[in-house]
Design a protein around this ligand. Structure first.
Ligand SMILES: [Zn+2]
Ligand SMILES: [Zn+2]
Length: 285
């Protein structure tokens, strides 16, 4: 698929999304480059306690085994939880697995992510939502942080009836919007689909990510503006190293600022508030 160009050229990062709050650090979809981006940005891997993997495409799962090695402090500590699709853990007729028995055995807990399931971990609610993608086991997630509130993530999916329902009341809705207006692609969302989903879900803020080449050529900022004007919901196009702070007000900045904050002490110091790092302009290959 031509859109795979974005991943292998790294025209946009494919490292996933980091969630940081007081109690828990979570990484979602540790795609190719996730290790390098995490280290370079000063976030590292050792503090992650929960790893979420939505499906078995390299732009979402490519670096997962090394994330597990980081989470377990180089395999010396048995700790951490993995919630991942069946394709990632066991494989299906088409794809996978991408995290083998050895890496699964290093963790405290491994949970198969099935649509409709709900899990909780240290006050964090994890709802698994449905996706329709070329990996038939692919899922989306709704994370409910005790302080910061709900964050929805569609993952790679086609539009289907009812897709927006799990994401109602989300503060932030992250939509994997691979294609621009008028250029649909099976198994993925285009800007027109994002409008339909945002109109029903009505989040506080919508974030478009996972851009394909066609999307990049059509200017993601312009596509986000179109979603915002069509729905009345604040909508942003993600960029590499984007940071979203979820306080009473939602603010965005670049991870480079976080990195600079982290430098003087000589070690990584993370802000006490929840931050979402959107370094995930990812594509299925
Ligand atoms: Zn993808
Ligand atoms: Zn995919």
């Amino acid at each position: 698929m031509a859109e795979g160009f974005v991943t292998y050229t790294q025209r946009r990062w494919t490292g996933g999304i980091r969630f940081i709050d007081d109690a828990l650090q979570v990484h979602l979809d540790p795609g190719t480059g996730g290790v390098v981006r995490s280290v370079e940005s000063g976030l590292g891997l050792e503090k992650i306690r929960l790893l979420l993997v939505s499906h078995n495409h390299p732009d979402h799962c490519g670096d997962a085994p090394i994330f597990i090695e980081g989470m377990t402090k180089g395999t010396t500590r048995r700790r951490g939880t993995l919630v991942a699709s069946r394709s990632v853990l066991q494989g299906n007729d088409i794809t996978g697995p991408s995290i083998g028995k050895y890496h699964q055995s290093l963790l405290n807990q491994v949970i198969e992510a099935r649509p409709g399931d709900n899990h909780s971990m240290q006050g964090l609610g994890i709802d698994v939502s449905r996706a329709r993608h070329t990996d038939p086991d692919g899922v989306g997630f709704v994370l409910d942080f005790p302080e910061a509130g709900k964050i929805g993530y569609t993952s790679d999916t086609s539009y289907f009836n009812g897709i927006a329902n799990p994401y109602r009341n989300a503060r932030v809705l992250i939509l994997c919007t691979t294609r621009p207006r008028g250029a649909p692609l099976k198994g993925h969302l285009a800007t027109d689909d994002a409008v339909k989903i945002v109109n029903v879900a009505r989040p506080e803020i919508a974030v478009l990510t996972h851009f394909g080449m066609k999307m990049l050529n059509e200017y993601p900022n312009a596509q986000a503006k179109y979603v915002q004007e069509s729905t009345g919901i604040r909508t942003l196009a993600s960029f590499d190293g984007m940071v979203i702070s979820l306080e009473e007000e939602i603010k965005t900045k670049s991870i480079k600022n976080v990195h600079r904050v982290a430098q003087p002490s000589g070690r990584t110091k993370i802000q006490p508030t929840l931050e979402t790092t959107l370094d995930a302009e990812k594509l299925s290959s």
